[in-house]
Design a protein around this ligand. Sequence first.
Ligand code: ATP
Length: 284
Amino acid sequence: MRFDRLRLNGFKSFVDPTDLVIREGLTGVVGPNGCGKSNLLEALRWVMGENRPTAMRGEGMEDVIFAGTTRRNARAHAEVSLSVDNRDRLAPAGFNEDDQFDITRRITRDAGSAYKIAGKDVRARDVQMLFADASTGAHSPALVRQGQISELISAKPKSRRRILEEAAGISGLYARRHEAELKLNGAEGNLTRVDDTLDQLSSQAATLARQARAAAKYREIGAALRLAEGLLLYRRWSDAEAARLAAAQALSEAVKAAGQAGAAADAAVLRRTETEAALPPLRE
Ligand code: ATP
């Protein structure tokens, strides 16, 4: 990964927009004590996603914003932009169309940092991964700060290993492994939650199965009940029908007897009339 230019605006002592053009053959920056040489390296680390204020020699990240002098007011934000030469097309997909693209980090007081790659808003993680994949980054041992050489000489094997890993170009893989481990842990947590939900659902399913059995039995009993009620009603109806037929029979017999009795009464009336008619001559 080749850098073309570092642009600082409001970052530490670089209150006005300042470009550090990084051309072939640039081997050093020379200047009197306190002129801002270390600030340049810090700007480079910062735009790569450094998130420890101590690495910026500050107490809070907002300490990187120009703090003001007797003659100039403090600034409300700071911005650092790094131009990357992308002629070999090694940038991640989505940013790989042009020969050159900018990575920008901007910090605003009380609002924190925002990152952009090629003008698109991205997360700090995306910027860190981009540099990690190119085997560099804010924590790269290739960026040597003051006093670090003596630290490296007396470094522990673990720190030396990082230098070797970076030289081998596998630090991106380590960062990805860490990310994958985090994802795996997340997935494990999700699986545990799914297990809990499954347990809950299976106990609900058992309750529902019990309820379903009770409902089926209720339906069965209901059908039997309806059949029994039907039979009972039919039985009552057939008894009533038999009683009605018997009553109708009795009625017709009574009507017949009444007819006969009426005829006998008519005959008796006739006989009485005749007898009464025969009575006067007999009386005389
Ligand atoms: P040395 O050679 O002594 O290490 P240097 O050239 O590396 O010095 P730096 O340490 O990069 O210089 O810069 C220090 C200067 O930056 C100091 O003058 C300090 O006042 C200024 N500075 C640091 N932070 C801020 C800030 N937030 N606002 C304004 N000026 C700042």
